[in-house]
Design a protein around this ligand. Structure first.
Ligand SMILES: CC(C)(COP(=O)(O)OP(=O)(O)OC[C@H]1O[C@@H](n2cnc3c(N)ncnc32)[C@H](O)[C@@H]1OP(=O)(O)O)[C@@H](O)C(=O)NCCC(=O)NCCS
Length: 178
């Protein structure tokens, strides 16, 4: 089944409303109440500094379903925060989470940002593994971040290294030309 990642662009037409409703249903199933954006999702995605990508797959007979989504928010001109990432339980471990995260990072890089950050409960081992795999590092453990008994890692990925590498490559090329 081919997976297609799309961006929620227009936010008030009937197709977009349907997409948001489907994501709200997933959000309710996947996250506990205190961590869920189900109630505020529409409001969140209406903000100018927020982006949402969703992944659809065909389920036969020409029908499709959304099986994952990622939400991100520009918190400054240099920094983006990944605010949500989720894949429907029976579609996990097929590369969808990684594809969504990479697509969001690609999207963020269309603007000149230097850092992507996020918060994740250390108990969410699959998510922490995914972020580690992509190159995120743990900044600090924030106690009681989600609730009185649930902490969060603040994680980040800096792009400055890429800039240094590009500069280094350019310098090597220049040296070769000279
Ligand atoms: C985290 C989540 C989005 C991963 O989605 P997924 O589609 O299953 O992930 P992928 O198949 O793309 O896996 C990519 C990498 O993630 C890590 N990973 C995913 N599931 C894992 C698991 N069960 N155990 C350990 N590592 C796991 C691995 O590093 C994996 O790379 P690999 O396949 O080379 O080992 C999914 O588990 C999920 O929705 N969890 C609940 C919601 C959540 O915790 N969201 C993040 C916090 S906001």
């Amino acid at each position: 089944m081919a997976a297609v990642i799309s961006e929620l662009v227009a936010r008030s037409d009937s197709e977009s409303v349907q997409v948001v409703q489907e994501i709200v249903r997933l959000e309710r199933k996947i996250f506990p109440k205190h961590e869920s954006l189900a109630r505020s999702l529409l409001e969140e995605v209406s903000k100018k500094n927020t982006g949402l990508l969703f992944l659809k797959i065909g389920k036969g007979k020409g029908e499709e379903e959304i099986v994952g989504y990622v939400m991100y928010s520009w918190i400054s001109s240099l920094c983006v925060s990944i605010t949500k990432l989720a894949v429907k339980e029976n579609h996990r471990r097929q590369g969808h989470g990684e594809a969504l995260l990479k697509a969001a990072m690609q999207k963020c890089r269309t603007r000149k940002i230097q850092r992507i950050c996020l918060h994740v409960d250390p108990m969410r081992t699959p998510a922490v593994s995914l972020y580690n795999k992509i190159g995120f590092q743990i900044d600090e453990l924030i106690e009681c971040y989600y609730s009185s008994d649930r902490n969060a890692y603040r994680m980040y990925l800096d792009f400055v290294i890429d800039v240094i590498l590009i500069c280094a490559c350019n310098a090597i090329n220049l040296n070769c030309i000279n």
